[in-house]
Design a protein around this ligand. Structure first.
Ligand SMILES: Cc1cc2nc3c(=O)[nH]c(=O)nc-3n(C[C@H](O)[C@H](O)[C@H](O)COP(=O)(O)O)c2cc1C
Length: 231
């Protein structure tokens, strides 16, 4: 798979087969992701990988906190649903409609079914491998850029191996559980979770197809209007 295909065919997967992912494959995609660029090659990322009994224990703890409403997000990852500004609010609504109504067949008037789907985040959507990505707080906010590059590289490397992924910010709603369970020290900022495994192509969620804006919507080309060419 070339880079263009890896980029354009990657999509978030929310339904996995129970088929285990061989440890050497997991290690290979992590090694590939480690080629990501980072500020002064600081490589501030850390990854916690959970499989088998460790994943079951983590899911059990997360769901216990979920049922108890015992949330504990440690930083302002995103605005509350009602405070998203335009144009992002509209895009978020469109995504919600694509996933819930079009793919999963869940209406706006079915909050319980919506919650049941959301709850599956905490089982990594049934994927055999769960990951928690953290970055050191010490290099400051720039480390989050490096973490984003690492995350994208990880998802592309997995795609090229025939594996599916879904980045999961929903996991940071339960950061204290993640810290306790995985012994994540305070100087590590929890960035997000990631599901990794083989896609269950029969799962309804695989019908979710997101769209993208054209280049003209997000790029401003500054062309030289005279002899001055910036040299
Ligand atoms: C940092 C990050 C966090 C995300 N968190 C979640 C999440 O918690 N649950 C989920 O189902 N999808 C999550 N997603 C997936 C996005 O909804 C998805 O990337 C977006 O809708 C575009 O769709 P695509 O990945 O299929 O192209 C997350 C994606 C990113 C990059």
């Amino acid at each position: 798979m070339d880079v263009a295909e890896a980029l354009s065919s990657r999509r978030s997967c929310r339904g996995y087969l129970p088929t285990p992912v061989p440890a050497d494959v997991v290690e290979r995609v992590l090694a590939l992701a480690s080629h990501s660029a980072s500020n002064s090659n600081s490589q501030p990322w850390q990854v916690h990988v959970v499989t088998g009994a460790a994943k079951r224990r983590l899911t059990e703890d997360l769901l216990k906190a979920y049922e108890a409403g015992d949330r504990g997000r440690e930083y302002d990852y995103q605005p509350p649903a009602e405070e998203w500004p335009e144009p992002f609010h509209g895009r978020r609504q469109a995504f919600g409609h694509t996933l819930y109504a079009e793919a999963l067949g869940i209406g706006r008037d079915e909050p319980e079914r919506r919650l049941a789907h959301h709850r599956r985040n905490y089982d990594f959507f049934g994927a055999p491998v769960g990951m928690i990505l953290t970055v050191s707080r010490r290099p400051r906010q720039g480390a989050l850029v490096d973490a984003g590059l690492f995350l994208q590289a990880l998802m592309l490397a997995a795609n090229a191996e025939g594996l599916a992924t879904c980045a999961q910010a929903s996991l940071i709603d339960f950061s204290p559980v993640l810290r306790r369970n995985l012994r994540i020290p305070d100087d590590q900022l929890i960035v997000c979770g990631l599901s990794l495994g083989y896609a269950d192509r029969d799962h309804l969620s695989t019908r979710c197809r997101t769209t993208r804006l054209p280049v003209s919507a997000f790029v401003t080309f500054h062309e030289a209007e005279d002899e001055y060419c910036g040299t």
